[in-house]
Design a protein around this ligand. Structure first.
Ligand SMILES: NC(=O)c1ccc[n+]([C@@H]2O[C@H](COP(=O)([O-])OP(=O)(O)OC[C@H]3O[C@@H](n4cnc5c(N)ncnc54)[C@H](O)[C@@H]3O)[C@@H](O)[C@H]2O)c1
Length: 398
């Protein structure tokens, strides 16, 4: 199948692209390399040394991989080029990773809030409008987030895969049931853009019968897959800084370099997780099981397990002997939350979840130890505060 991988130079996109090429698909990576530019602006680098996109592609061919092509294009601002690309490539599917994906970065300043909204919402809308204008029947597989459901209390209810059946009371006392998009409760500007994406998909699916699979992904941990491990030039990025590093990879990296594990607040926050190998597999499964024409947006919860952040820190501490340090929470969020998630769609398609206990935690620690000298410790703390109140708490507890 011909597939465009938008954002295919990023942390989730790169291993996904090589996996699809390895499975025999004809892959074109589309990326504006904005993630690499943000690293330059923030004066921080991936813990693992990553090669340029063209060197990655050369190395992939040299290890015997099916050739992939690269198109440098900004999907949020180069609409005409995006439309021409769709017309010339005529892909059967587009995997859409091309968004600004860090909640802390989105909350740094009004400039990063506006950039995140502009980039993410325009990018998704341009893609949808261009598919309609091209007249092609293209299946979009989009990477969304579990954060669209919100991290408040769900009062023990299981979060369904995108749609909630509700009972609506009528004035005459009768009731009817309806399946609606699960209400959204974004916790940052970044998460808000993902909830807006959902509405864009809902509308274009209803109006233009665009086929969409929206993957509500948990926090991705790990770094490489068997394919990106084949050659050092294929190595995937490993973000550890306070803006882009995600919680579990940060704990593992902190343990590796002897830095106390940075637990925000009480550590009672519960989040959903998925290993990068499973993330890659899920995208392939979603691509190979597209919705039919006229089917409403398919929504999958792309996660394999939920954990409380404090318990995760304890698990990493038990494994490595690391110290835990509780810190003021830069985020405005519930002190504790429950998160019980239905993820049957992928399990029924054959996903065999990789769990935290599979020895992969130790593997990430050893990757981090190998590159410890590339770490800039001053970039580890999360300094991006959600409100002035959180900023004040960070200053007081610094
Ligand atoms: N990493 C996670 O833990 C995680 C969890 C849940 C969901 N997701 C979602 O998965 C997707 C990919 O995340 P990631 O971790 O790989 O992020 P990433 O920042 O590493 O990759 C995103 C890629 O998209 C590119 N990009 C951004 N805007 C673009 C534009 N306008 N035009 C073209 N390319 C553009 C970037 O240059 C980058 O290569 C995101 O949409 C993210 O919200 C990620």
């Amino acid at each position: 199948m011909k597939v465009l991988v938008l954002g295919g130079d990023g942390f989730c996109g790169w291993p996904c692209a090589v996996n699809l090429a390895d499975a025999g698909h004809d892959v074109v990576i589309v990326d504006n390399l904005s993630r690499r530019k943000i690293d330059i602006d923030l004066e921080v680098e991936s813990l693992t040394p990553i090669t340029t996109i063209n060197e990655r592609l050369r190395a992939w061919e040299q290890v015997g991989g099916k050739a992939m092509r690269f198109v440098h294009l900004d999907i949020a601002h180069e609409y005409d080029r995006l439309l021409s690309l769709l017309r010339s490539e005529r892909p059967e599917a587009v995997v859409h990773f091309a968004e600004q994906r860090a909640a802390p970065y989105s909350m740094k300043s009004s400039a990063t809030k506006r950039y995140t909204v502009d980039n993410n919402v325009n990018g998704t809308h341009n893609l949808l409008a261009a598919i309609v204008e091209s007249g092609l029947d293209v299946h979009i597989v989009h990477l969304g987030t579990m954060g669209v459901y919100g991290y408040g209390s769900h009062r023990g209810a299981t979060i369904p895969e995108g749609y909630l059946t509700v009972e609506v009371p009528q004035a005459d006392g009768s009731r009817f049931t309806e399946k609606i998009l699960h209400p959204t409760d974004p916790g940052s500007v970044y998460h808000m853009t993902k909830t807006l994406d959902q509405l864009l998909f809902f509308y274009y699916n209803k109006n233009d019968s665009i086929r969409v699979t929206d993957l509500h992904q948990g926090i991705v941990w790990g770094t490489n897959t068997a394919l990106t491990d084949k050659d050092p030039r294929l190595t995937n990025r490993f973000d550890y800084d306070g803006d882009y590093g995600t919680v579990l990879n940060r704990f593992l990296m902190q343990a590796a370099i002897g830095y106390p594990l940075t637990v925000h607040g009480t550590g009672g926050q519960t989040r959903a997780f998925i290993h990068i190998r499973d993330s890659v597999r899920c995208v392939q499964l979603a691509l190979e099981h597209p919705p039919t024409c006229g089917e409403k947006v398919k929504i999958f919860n792309q996660m394999t397990e939920s954990h409380q952040v404090g318990q995760l820190a304890q698990k990493v501490a038990d494994l490595t002997g690391a110290e835990i340090r509780f810190q003021a929470n830069p985020r405005k969020e519930a002190i504790e939350n429950d998160l019980i998630v239905d993820n049957r769609c992928f399990i029924e398609l054959g996903l065999q979840p990789t769990t935290l206990d599979d020895g992969l935690l130790a593997e990430v620690v050893s990757v981090a130890r190998r590159w410890a000298d590339r770490c800039d410790r001053s970039r580890i703390p999360c300094l991006s505060a959600w409100t002035t109140r959180q900023a004040e708490a960070l200053r007081t507890h610094a």
